[in-house]
Write a protein that binds this ligand. Structure first.
Ligand code: SF4
Length: 214
């Protein structure tokens, strides 16, 4: 077996795959680029993307260019990734269309500056394959609509997110999410994750804000 690259300083996410979706054509382009640059392995990340490791920064920049991106990712601190399961489209348990909602959230919020890295997990049913209760923004489907959870974290300080809304349609999710993110922007300290904010903030404060905010 080819040795795994061990240079942790050269780990790069590749452009393209969002919510784990990738076309066969693009997969072939990525494989060809990896072969050209003698990249022995691709890594599927926890964020449902592809990454390469063990290469020079110049090689990474070249691969990005070859895949149609001039440079590496450049965006303000904000939504770090949106994870979504196959949902209603492809999973027999799916109750709501997680991939479509993921695209809508991406269009509306992906470039929004926020106090810290913000992860989104969208699960098409209550089995919660995208661990929605452990994401800053967690959403899961039921037969009656979407449930929205805020302030979860699965890292070194794990926290189950707070239930913010239930039986929501796509547009209601976007509206409520907009308000949650406005609260987060207003109340969080710089680089403070939503889970940490909600540890020191009574839930009722967020609930009152959601009722009164524009
Ligand atoms: S969360 Fe539900 S719909 Fe999504 S992949 Fe898991 S079982 Fe299927």
């Amino acid at each position: 077996m080819t040795a795994l690259p061990t240079d942790h300083k050269t780990y790069n996410v590749l452009p393209g795959p969002k919510m784990g979706l990738i076309t066969p054509d693009y997969l072939e382009e990525i494989a060809a680029a990896a072969r050209r640059h003698a990249i022995p392995f691709l890594k599927i990340t926890g964020a449902q993307r592809l990454a390469i490791a063990g290469h020079s920064p110049e090689t990474a920049a070249e691969i990005w260019r070859e895949l149609g991106q001039p440079t590496g990712p450049q965006k303000p601190v904000g939504i770090h990734y949106i994870q979504a399961c196959p949902g209603l489209a492809w999973c027999k348990y799916g109750r709501q269309d997680s991939l479509t909602l993921g695209r809508k959230i991406e269009e509306s919020f992906m470039t929004l500056p926020l106090p810290a890295k913000t992860k989104v997990g969208i699960s098409g049913c209550q089995f919660n394959c995208c661990e929605s209760y452990l994401r800053d923004i967690g959403i899961f489907g039921t037969t009656k609509g979407w449930s929205l959870v805020f302030g979860g974290n699965g890292g070194g300080a794990p926290r189950i997110g707070d239930m913010i809304g239930e039986k929501l349609n796509d547009e209601e999710v976007l509206k409520l999410l907009n308000r949650c993110l406005a609260f987060y922007k207003e109340k969080a300290r710089k680089m403070e994750r939503s889970g940490r904010l909600m540890r020191r903030t009574p839930l009722v404060e967020l609930q009152n804000y959601l009722q009164t905010a524009e």
